[in-house]
Design a protein around this ligand. Structure first.
Ligand code: BES
Ligand code: ZN
Ligand code: ZN
Length: 478
């Protein structure tokens, strides 16, 4: 599916189309790749604070980008990604199919720059009838003097993000619950992790009352996807379980959403996309971490058979829940998955969900709102990965007082809290089902979707969570 490939190439070779990025200190070295006239022009303009240059030649062209550099490293890396995304938009105009990427001097930002170029190149043209006209011609970026294994690793991560974005962008008319099951099976075949999709009978046998209740309005059966990545020599004794909310469309049910923006709810499977993407990245890179993935999948529709506010349901764990709002459906399906996770005696469970509008109101699309019972070590490590990948996280508290708000008069729990702190009361609801293992909950409702293209984040699905998770698993366990 991926049209752009990143490859490492050995020594500096001459290439008709060359992108050069360079930090301020190194600008004199540009005389190596520019003609004397070009270099003279460069110096003149650079003194006037111009940082971006384009030198067309008889055959090919050179693009030069000067980075300010010298900042805290996570910000410098993000600036490099953004600069890469800017440059590639210029390269597309020239309709070339391959460019070399070069830097002079310190090269610690080289792969970030390449990452920005590659991430910005995602296109979703499946439903465009004249797709060939719109498709960027660029097919390969040859990175000079980079560590070949790091480039292969990055290429796999980009591919994983692209799978997540593709799934996020697919409309419900294609991506129904059974189709998401098929997509998982196909990815498992392609990348070498195991996938089992449990259908409605199995889900009934497991008494997954949350998943079944949300699905009750539907003519399409729910699915429960179970995935496993078992490396040859895992660093963890007990698996890490990744759980993803897979609501393929969320109308809200009888507590129906307003039509304003409802179209974004095709991406309410953003948690599922993050988990699938993490599995692609982990398996393609043979990450030595034993992983289990659990994805409860359904739509949340309106029909005569649907649950209504006031209904009381029994979850897989045996707990009873008073459903006071059918739009708070994510926590119902996740609760059954979090209960299912206990059978693995996991060393850590992380759930990913487009769970609350409250998380979006609190942090916008700049950060993941997270909380959980895992150790401080785990929390600091995932926060660090958040800064490195620029998928930043902010911790919210799970103080017991917030739990008071989801106590029900008629059942063990109700599925909504009060009018405030909605991201936390959702987290408290999930926490109820996580006894016996360390757990993190990532509410990715904000970052998962870009209403307009922004830097290397293409419009709509961003694939939030994939790069973060890979980076965290790699650094925490290896
Ligand atoms: N899928 C939504 C949350 C959401 C909102 C994701 C906006 C992305 C953007 C979720 O199922 C939902 O509707 N949550 C409700 C919960 C409320 C009824 C307690 C919400 O946040 O409004
Ligand atoms: Zn909802
Ligand atoms: Zn939802």
């Amino acid at each position: 599916m991926k049209q752009l490939t990143l490859t490492a190439v050995q020594a500096k070779k001459s290439s008709p189309n060359l992108v050069v990025f360079i930090e301020r200190e190194g600008v004199d070295n540009l005389s190596d790749c520019l003609t004397p006239e070009e270099f003279f022009f460069f110096r003149q303009a650079y003194q006037r604070e111009v940082n971006s240059f384009f030198f067309p030649r008889k055959s090919g062209a050179v693009w030069v980008r000067v980075l300010k550099g010298g900042k805290e490293s996570s910000i410098a890396r993000e600036d490099a990604r953004l600069a890469g995304a800017e440059v590639i938009k210029e390269v597309w105009k020239y309709k070339v199919d391959s460019v070399a990427l070069r830097t002079y001097g310190s090269d610690h930002l080289l792969l970030s720059f390449a990452e920005g170029m590659a991430l910005a190149s995602f296109q979703f043209l499946k439903y465009v009838t004249k797709a060939e006209k719109k498709r960027h011609s660029l097919q390969s970026i040859e990175i000079e003097s980079a560590d070949p294994s790091a480039v292969v690793e990055l290429d796999a991560i980009i591919e994983a993000v692209f799978h997540a974005r593709r799934l996020l962008n697919e409309p419900f008319s294609y991506l129904t619950a059974p189709q998401l099951g098929e997509e998982a099976i196909a990815l498992g075949h392609q990348y070498g992790f195991s996938v089992e999709v449990l259908g409605k009978e199995k889900i009934e046998a497991l008494k997954m009352g949350g998943l079944l209740a949300v699905n009750r309005a539907s003519q399409t059966p729910p699915q429960f996807i179970v995935m496993e990545w078992v490396p040859v020599d895992p660093k963890n004794d007990q698996p890490v379980v990744l759980v993803g909310k897979g609501v393929v469309y969320d109308t809200g049910g009888y507590s129906i959403k307003s039509s304003d923006g409802m179209e974004y709810m095709k991406s309410d499977m953003g948690g599922a996309a993050a988990v699938l993407g993490a599995f692609v990245a982990a398996s393609r890179n043979k990450l030595p971490v034993h992983l289990v993935g659990l994805i409860p999948v359904t739509d949340n529709l309106v029909s005569a058979s649907g649950i209504v506010p006031g209904d009381i349901i029994t979850m897989a764990s045996g707990a009873t829940v008073e459903v006071l709002n059918t739009d708070a459906e994510g926590r119902l399906i996740l609760a059954d998955a979090l209960h299912y996770a206990k059978r693995y005696r996991p060393s850590l469970v992380i759930d990913y969900a487009t769970l609350t509008g409250a998380a979006v109101r609190a942090l916008g699309n700049q950060a993941i709102c997270y909380m959980g019972t895992a150790s401080d070590n785990v929390k600091r490590a995932i926060e660090q990965s958040g800064f490195s990948t620029y998928e930043r996280l902010v911790e919210f508290p799970l103080w017991r007082e917030y739990g008071e708000e989801i106590k029900s008069q008629h059942a063990d729990l109700k599925n909504i809290g009060g009018p405030t702190a909605g991201a936390i009361t959702a987290g408290k609801f999930l926490e109820f089902f996580t006894e016996g293992y360390p757990w993190l909950h990532l509410d990715i409702a904000g970052p998962v979707f870009a209403k307009v293209a922004n830097g290397y984040k293409t419009k709509e699905g961003t694939g939030a969570g994939v790069r973060l998770t890979y980076d965290f698993l790699k650094h925490y366990f290896t």
